[in-house]
Design a protein around this ligand. Structure first.
Ligand code: BTN
Length: 269
């Protein structure tokens, strides 16, 4: 594997977790990107439930080819999933992952919201991000790598000033550091529960739960999509996860993916 040079320790403590979904937990000290490592493993045939975790990432990747700054103290993990489900439903997986993250953070007593589609925020600042990478052949999902970056005990001084102003961390919000292993266990329990809803086709339940935790619906937003910028009232999402936006001219736009900005965030840009 390309990233072998970064491996300082590889521990498999999945046996002690007793969570059915988590089959193998590979813990690295440093990697380029847990998503890249997980993709290589998935391409080499790694089973569903293989998780790659790293203490730090040298080239953490975010959505829209952005850099995900990954200093010590954060949680950087990628899980390989191989759902035997229609490729049409794959658009719901970002919502599954976001729900698992938001429910975990809420268990620590923090008021947490999801910004469409899957950013997690506390007090209007980003605390976690999700990057999904998928390989599909014909009608089959070969694998999905779900990468999650969470600002657990990050000292925000280690983030660049622009990211600092828009981010927060669990330890910053709570005023004390969070136990890393306890947090991981809590997260995996939530992920397993939400993923089971997905593989059992409880799509409406996933969307309804997502709606409970989002603060996007009802807001006027601006969305940068691959084909251009759209602005309007985000009033609903449908069962496939398309965001429904009513523009000023009254047109209804259905958006599957994009970068969402709230108007108050635009005031600061
Ligand atoms: C976003 O842009 O909000 C998504 C950020 C996703 C970052 C995580 S950290 C673990 C995994 N490995 C990566 O390189 N990216 C994801």
């Amino acid at each position: 594997m390309k990233e072998t040079k970064f491996i300082k320790k590889t521990v498999d403590f999945s046996k002690n977790l007793h969570i059915n979904l988590i089959k193998k937990l590979l813990v690295f000290d440093e990697v380029d990107s847990t998503n890249s490592t997980a993709k290589e493993l998935a391409q080499a045939g790694a089973e569903e439930g293989t998780v790659v975790i790293a203490r730090i990432q040298h080239h953490g990747r975010g959505r829209f080819d952005r850099i995900w700054q990954s200093p010590d103290g954060g949680v950087y993990l990628s899980i390989i999933l191989r759902p035997r489900i229609s490729t049409k439903k794959i658009s719901l997986l970002p919502f599954v992952a976001a729900l698992a993250v938001v429910k975990t953070i809420k268990l620590y007593g923090l008021h947490t919201t999801i910004k469409w589609p899957n950013d997690t925020q506390v007090n209007g600042k980003k605390i976690a991000g999700i990057l999904l990478e998928t390989e599909i052949k014909g009608d089959s999902i070969i694998y999905v790598v779900v990468g999650i970056g969470m600002n657990l005990n990050i000292d925000r001084k280690h983030l660049s000033p622009d990211i600092q102003s828009r981010s927060t961390s669990m330890s910053h919000e709570l005023g004390f550091p969070v136990d890393y292993h306890e947090f991981l266990r809590t997260f995996f329990v939530q992920l397993e529960k939400t993923y089971l809803l997905f593989v059992n086709h409880s799509f409406e339940k996933i969307i309804n739960e997502w709606k409970i935790h989002t603060d996007t619906l009802g807001k006027t937003i601006r969305v940068q999509t691959s084909t251009g910028m759209l602005q309007g009232l985000a009033f609903d999402i449908d069962l496939q996860g398309f965001l429904l936006l009513r523009t000023e001219s009254g047109e209804i736009k259905k958006i599957l993916s994009g970068d969402c900005l709230y108007m108050k965030e635009l005031d600061h840009t």
